[in-house]
Design a protein around this ligand. Structure first.
Ligand SMILES: Cc1cc2nc3c(=O)[nH]c(=O)nc-3n(C[C@H](O)[C@H](O)[C@H](O)COP(=O)(O)O)c2cc1C
Length: 124
């Protein structure tokens, strides 16, 4: 599994790089790779999915096993709303919404999710 991140100001990138997996910018993704993808993205402009993420998902959504989304609670009902929209539109599980670069417990939660996903796959 690899992490693909879409980050404008670096918060999502920091989170993506803390998960113990190879982390690659969405703009540098090598489309020949066969790995499963954990997508790390952000909310923009009233809970929108960033265009870069949307364009990526239109092509690669089948490889994406989960999504984590950075946001800011100041946006109220739109907090991390890109994650809800991705889950609804592409049927990709939303693992977590986190603020800025995330807290340690947010990162640990996602690391546990990754480990459980891998374990479940081995036991299939
Ligand atoms: C123009 C603008 C719009 C934003 N809209 C939202 C939003 O609708 N919901 C939300 O939760 N956060 C919103 N944010 C906050 C960002 O998602 C948050 O700062 C995030 O950590 C940025 O990630 P990045 O540093 O990886 O680009 C917005 C930020 C900006 C600058």
């Amino acid at each position: 599994m690899i992490v693909i991140y879409d980050s404008l100001t670096g918060q999502t990138k920091r989170f993506a790089q803390s998960l113990g997996l190879e982390a690659i910018s969405i703009s540098e993704f090598n489309f020949n790779r066969d790995d499963e993808i954990l997508l790390a993205t952000r909310s923009h402009g009233f809970g929108k999915i960033p265009d870069t993420t949307l364009n990526f998902l239109k092509v690669w959504h089948k490889k994406v096993v989960g999504v984590v989304v950075s946001g800011n609670r100041n946006w109220g009902a739109n907090y991390g709303a890109a994650g809800d929209k991705i889950q609804e539109q592409f049927k990709i599980p939303l693992i977590i919404k986190f603020e800025g670069p995330g807290f340690l417990e947010d990162r640990q939660y996602v690391i546990n999710w990754i480990n459980k996903y891998k374990e479940d796959k081995l036991n299939d």
